[in-house]
Design a protein around this ligand. Sequence first.
Ligand SMILES: [Zn+2]
Length: 245
Amino acid sequence: MKADPAVQRRLLDLAGVDAELARVRHQRRTMPELAEVADGEKAAQAKRDAQVAVQMQLDDLDREVARQEKEIDAVRAREDRDRKLLAGGTVGAKQLTDLEHELATLERRQAILEDDLLELMERREAVEMDGKHASVELAKAEEALAEANRRRDENLADLDTNESRRDAERAKILPDIPEDLLALYERKRRQKGIGAALLRARRCGACRIELDRREISRIKETAGDEVLECEECGAILIRTPESGL
Ligand SMILES: [Zn+2]
């Protein structure tokens, strides 16, 4: 294939743009902010779960407290009734003994229930502290996640800008390159990742391999408008004064 050397050199511009586009695509997939967002989401979810668990504990304790209070009220009501009967002075001796006995039992029962209630309230207080701690932790995790999201979006916006600039550059270069040369370039690019490279200081810019003496002298004898390909990697080799020929 033949192409004017100036046209061939235009392929280097195209290869430069394509390398940049490949870099943008690679960054889009591998930017560290993606992992940061994923980690941040996981961390925030763990903190949300912790908060839900604490809330469930609190709800359970609240139910227990309510039950305990209800029981204490019932015991107290019974005590009040017994005391009223005792104070009324209308009960017989046998009933009096029974009532006094029952009242003593009820008082012991009430003391135990009140101790239990106190213990429940203390547990509730401790769990409530856990809940406050969990809320602070969750807020921190959500803030970190928002920050990671913001950094990722910022990076994505930069990449979008870069990509559309390169797309515009590419569109400007394409009309300068004949169809057959462009087709060859695209085929090489699909196969090897790099379609065209500069021959610089006797080295292929795509595979970095130094061409041997025999190949260099062959290239030297080849007309400037002949399209060359690297023997090693197949990329289109572009000659310029930097080529060291
Ligand atoms: Zn090569």
